[in-house]
Design a protein around this ligand. Structure first.
Ligand SMILES: Nc1nc2c(ncn2[C@@H]2O[C@H](COP(=O)(O)OP(=O)(O)OP(=O)(O)O)[C@@H](O)[C@H]2O)c(=O)[nH]1
Ligand SMILES: [Mg+2]
Length: 203
């Protein structure tokens, strides 16, 4: 009986497409991460870091990971582009927030940009994965140190995790994505988005 229910549950989620928004201030490594995800989870090579330019529009990556269909939206993080982020909030199942863990001088602006994201009504209940990127660099702080530094107050009701990664060598990325898929599958937000899509006639 259990395996039947589990099978149906898995079947349902194999059809669900999860939208994951990759946010963070400029130069934190969002696009480098997206390209690394392509190399890790598809047959695509993914652009090498030296061919990646600052993002002005939107980069999209469609991938299958942890038996789920994922659509990543990578937006530009320059200050004048951050107003565009909120146009994507309503449709997002989860947020990945990337921070350059080796750039202590940018932590303050990363923190305030993240606090603003978390205050937004349209992202209510969206699971949050905070990535302490650039662990390959000397001086990068750990995930625990970053969590202590950010000292976020808005996290109470939200499923979240801090993880140390390197978008260069791939460290920590698979773990992070597995966690994200798992929480998206059981989050109330996914349920809410599904009901809304059903009501609009496209499940
Ligand atoms: N050492 C190291 N450098 C990284 C890593 N990830 C990204 N970088 C570098 O950081 C810089 C910015 O990377 P991007 O991926 O363009 O950053 P972004 O967050 O997409 O920036 P915007 O598009 O402007 O918002 C580039 O020089 C990357 O090569 C990493 O894991 N390790
Ligand atoms: Mg970019």
């Amino acid at each position: 009986m259990f395996s039947l229910i589990y099978g149906l549950w898995k079947y349902w989620f194999s059809k669900t497409e999860f939208h994951v928004l990759i946010l963070g201030i400029d130069k934190s490594g969002k696009t480098t991460l997206l390209e690394k995800l392509k190399s890790l989870y598809s047959n695509l090579e993914g652009l090498p870091p030296d061919r990646i330019v600052p993002t002005v529009g939107l980069n999209i990556g469609r991938l299958e990971a942890a038996q789920s269909k994922l659509v990543f939206w990578d937006l530009g993080g320059q200050i004048g582009l951050r107003t565009i982020w909120e146009k994507y909030y309503e449709e997002a199942h989860a947020i990945i927030y990337v921070i350059d863990a080796a750039s202590l001088s940018s932590f303050e602006s990363s923190k305030s940009a993240l606090e603003k994201v978390l205050r937004h009504e349209d992202l209510r209940g969206a699971p949050l994965l905070i990535l302490a990127n650039k662990q390959d660099l000397p001086g990068a702080v750990s995930a625990e140190e970053l969590a202590r530094y950010l000292d976020l107050k808005e996290l109470d009701e939200r499923l979240y995790m801090f993880e140390a990664i390197s978008a260069y060598d791939g460290m920590g990325i698979k773990n992070s994505i597995e966690w994200l898929v798992e929480v998206m599958e059981r989050s109330k937000r996914t349920e809410t988005l599904r009901i809304r899509a059903g009501a609009a006639g496209h499940v």
